[in-house]
Ligand binder design. Structure first.
Ligand code: ANZ
Ligand code: ZN
Ligand code: ZN
Length: 826
């Protein structure tokens, strides 16, 4: 055994042994309770950053802890490996995306292994590999056959200079991120997945996820955005079609003073054609085409719009209402048209002020600060109906029901539910993604590719110029094919899938990663699913988690798996920050994991990260904190080294210990208290920082014990063994090394978690407080089972109590054994 803590050789040694022993390979074992522990898989950018290290350290502690607790743990890693960066690298450096991706994966895999994470590497998946994307395509076809995939027209961001489609994140301030040309819209026919058909279930099931943070559930809820209101059809003067609007406030119908259509509304064209309003309307529509949704819906921005010359008729009072177009109304929500009620909707209020339109209050909120004849802002609140004909005096909540009923009776509307959630646009005009397995035939229309022809492989004869349509169009081979249905010449879809599809079922593939017959075997998936603990960044709180839930539900409905929800418990880890800001390249405050590993070792890196903050909280990087963690591991090493080399002598390992005297008792108390605390903190609550700090205190106690007198060797051995066991999930290499030096034949990773001895936690002596008239006077240390009378005697004998009672009489004594004695004196 080396005298110094040589982390480098220790860590390399044990990583090799774990790999050779296939230490963390897992199979279905029905005799054990399963635990599926999963961290969000990374995009293989090529370098691990501290955020990854944190995410995977948290997951690894849980995996190692659960294994020691006797669970059959599935802990896996893979690569979310399709996506734009590989294609950009191809454009810039002329490296094929597959090659670039493979070398990044190799590098990141090496880094992960060097951190000692206990993955079953045999189950590694990479979404860009044929054996994965074949099943991605197969699943897409199941969605299509179920009526959940559909091709529709929609507009995309288009850079006229690069002649290419841009993803939303490639549009910066309305311009192309590469060439800074203003982005325009282009209409394309694209594939959608109908996630909106699952909106209600995605919403309702949130209630069955008590193991998710409320914050995340709230974000999903808002994203789904279920709203209940009414739809209403209004007559348009001198026009043969009715205008449909959506409102959550039918009670405000008497307060309508204008109507607004989204600029893209199909009626606009027809209404303005050939009128004096045509030119200004067209100019306005053109202006809006450049605006992003965020810009359009911003509340602070000044309202814009134009009158288009037509009028609606208010069905409750026959009033004529002017129709405008304005960009604050979105075409893809509700019906793309609204009734403007400036008195009770702030956007409408701002619009009315700008265009000098009438403001009619119809709800009295009984707010003394509001002058209804001279309103300065909208009052969206509840109250009593006014200016509303026969509804006057009614509570507005009642009026919502009554007026909706009136619409229904007149046959012009009724109750309506709307969702903010949109169908999922999955077409990407890109090369490095999963090809959509659909074929277009002039005769048959869109036809799914035959199963035996899957996977549709990405062609290799493509050019990457960054210009024009998808690089797939440059392949001579790819597009031309035959119709799977009628055999005539046909052409292949050239769009690829959004990479969010790849990550929506990878957790199922991990259950059966080598299956060549189907995406995964149902029995295996049913054994492992759902994921017991999912861990990742809160930036995925909405899209990734919602899409995965959607996939799991559809696959459940297809009978492919039993579980309806993918993730039972969710932990969203906090960010790693340094000098008050998120670690990022652009801020230049990045600490590289490799640098820390080289200077202090992987165990120190892991320990610091787990010790510095609770998992959900921000972690403030501190160099001195890293030093401190390193010093602690050195202290542990020296303690065990000293025992093995200088103290143990002829002591045979594994001898039963007995407790002799107070020092032993105190040490045993500290030991069992620590095991208990670490079991509770690391187990259920994932409070790793407090678990580690109690282990640090135990190490202090062990040093004190060692230095303060005779050492009970079997007890010391027992304590050191327990110390190594409870430290193991955090710092697996050093503990594995010291464990083997302690003389164990079994690996520590195969050893059960230590139990604690409840009786050692019962102290024989306890403290009892003594009060006079409720004021603390003294404390007595007495045997635990001291009875009432004895306690009272002892308390009376206290010199402090005697001093406090001088010249007075004790009129009453209250004695609670084990706790307190109180004398009432006068
Ligand atoms: C009249 C009204 C009066 C409204 C009032 C609100 C308050 P949520 O809760 O988000 O569903 N709206 C409807 N469709 C719209 C669209 N495509 N673009 C922009 N705004 C739209 O909100 C529904 C409310 O948002 C609807 O109710 C409508 O304005 C507006 F005192 O109608 B309301
Ligand atoms: Zn451009
Ligand atoms: Zn055909």
């Amino acid at each position: 055994m080396k005298e110094r803590y040589d982390f480098k050789s220790i860590e390399e040694k044990w990583q090799k042994i774990w790999e050779d022993e296939k230490a963390f390979e897992t199979s279905e074992d029905h005799t054990k309770e399963k635990f599926y522990d999963l961290e969000m898989f990374p995009y293989p950018s090529g370098k691990l950053h501290m955020g990854h290290v944190r995410n995977y350290s948290i997951g690894d502690v849980i995996a190692r802890f659960k294994r020691m607790k006797g669970y059959n743990v599935l802990h896996v890693m893979g690569w979310d490996s399709f996506g734009l960066p590989a294609e950009n690298a191809a454009i810039k450096h002329n490296i094929p995306p597959a090659e670039w991706t493979d070398s990044n994966i190799a590098e990141m895999r090496r880094q992960l292994k060097s951190l000692g994470f206990s993955y079953d590497w045999d189950r590694e998946v990479a979404t860009c590999k044929e054996d994965y994307y074949k099943w991605m395509q197969w699943l897409f076809i199941q969605f299509y056959n179920k009526g959940l995939a559909e091709k529709r027209n929609s507009s995309v961001n288009w850079c006229p200079s690069c002649q290419t489609v841009l993803a939303n994140e490639q549009v910066v301030d309305g311009c192309c991120e590469r060439c800074h040309t203003p982005v325009t819209k282009k209409h394309l026919s694209q594939w959608y997945l109908k996630i909106t058909e699952y909106a209600d279930r995605l919403l309702e099931n949130l209630d069955d996820l008590p193991g998710w943070p409320d914050k995340v559930k709230m974000m999903q809820k808002n994203w789904i955005g279920r709203s209940t209101g009414a739809e209403l059809e209004l007559e348009i003067k001198n026009f043969d079609k009715k205008l449909s609007i959506y409102t959550t406030r039918p009670d405000t119908i008497y307060g309508v003073t204008f109507m607004v259509l989204a600029p893209e509304h199909p009626y606009v064209e027809e209404l303005v054609k050939g009128t004096e309003y045509e030119a200004p309307a067209r100019a306005y529509i053109e202006e809006c085409a450049h605006k992003s949704e965020i810009e359009r819906t911003s509340l602070s921005k000044e309202k814009t719009g134009v009158f288009i010359g037509s009028y609606c008729v208010n069905p409750v009072n026959g009033k004529e209402i002017p129709i405008f177009i304005s960009d604050y109304v979105m075409m893809d929500y509700g019906t793309g048209a609204i009734m403007g009620v400036p008195a009770h909707d702030q956007r409408d209020f701002d619009f009315a002020k700008k265009f000098d339109l009438e403001i009619i209050p119809v709800i009295d909120t009984h707010d003394p600060d509001v002058d209804l004849n001279n309103m300065t802002e909208a009052t969206p609140a509840e109250g009593t109906m006014i200016n509303s004909g026969k509804y006057d005096g009614m509570n507005n909540k009642e009026a919502i029901k009554a007026i909706t009923r009136e619409f229904q009776e007149k046959g012009i509307g009724g109750e309506q539910v709307n969702y903010k959630l949109r169908d999922w646009l999955i077409s990407r005009q890109r090369y490095w993604g999963c090809p959509i397995p659909m074929v277009y035939c002039e005769e048959c229309g869109w036809v799914p590719e035959k199963e035996e022809n899957l996977p549709i492989r990405l062609p290799l004869d493509v050019e990457f110029t960054g210009k024009g349509d998808s690089p797939l169009t440059t392949s001579a081979e790819f597009q031309n094919t035959v119709c799977p249905h009628c055999g005539r010449p046909a052409r292949r879809e050239i769009d690829t899938m959004d990479t969010f599809l790849d990550s929506s079922w990878y957790f199922l593939r991990y259950c059966d990663p080598h299956n060549t017959e189907k995406p995964f075997d149902k029995e295996k998936a049913d054994y492992w699913m759902n994921v017991d603990q999912y861990i990742g960044g809160v930036e995925h709180a909405i899209l990734h988690l919602l899409y995965s839930r959607f996939f799991q539900m559809v696959l459940h409905d297809l009978g492919l798996v039993d579980a309806e929800e993918p993730f039972r418990n969710l932990l969203t880890q906090g960010m790693v920050i340094k000098d008050g800001a998120k670690m990022s390249k652009s801020l230049g405050n990045v600490v590289s994991p490799e640098e820390i590993q080289q200077r202090y070792g992987s165990d120190t890196a892991r320990l610091f990260i787990l010790f510095a903050a609770p998992p959900e909280k921000e972690l403030d990087w501190s160099d001195s904190g890293v030093e401190g963690s390193y010093r602690f591991l050195n202290r542990v090493y020296r303690l065990v080294y000293d025992y093995i080399v200088n103290i143990r002598g002829n002591q045979k390992p594994g001898e039963k210990f007995t407790i002799n005297g107070d020092r032993d008792k105190a040490l045993n108390y500290a030991l069992n208290g620590t095991i208990k605390k670490v079991t509770e903190d690391a187990g259920g609550r994932y409070s790793f920082n407090t678990a580690i700090s109690s282990i640090m205190e135990l190490v202090n106690e062990l040093y004190k014990y060692k230095l303060s007198g005779e050492i009970n060797l079997p007890l010391m051995e027992h304590a050191l063994n327990c110390l190594l066991l409870i430290l193991n999930p955090f710092v697996p290499h050093i503990t594995e090394e010291l464990w083997s030096e302690m003389g164990h034949k079994e690996r520590i990773y195969q050893t059960p978690w230590p139990d604690y001895d409840e009786s050692a936690l019962v102290l024989d002596e306890i403290e009892v407080i003594v009060q006079i008239n409720g004021k603390l006077k003294d404390k007595l240390v007495v045997p635990r089972d001291t009875d009432k009378e004895t306690l009272e005697e002892l308390a009376k004998a206290s010199s402090k109590v005697q001093a406090g009672c001088e010249g007075k009489n004790i009129v009453k004594s209250i004695v609670i054994p084990g706790k307190l004695v109180n004398f009432v004196v006068k």
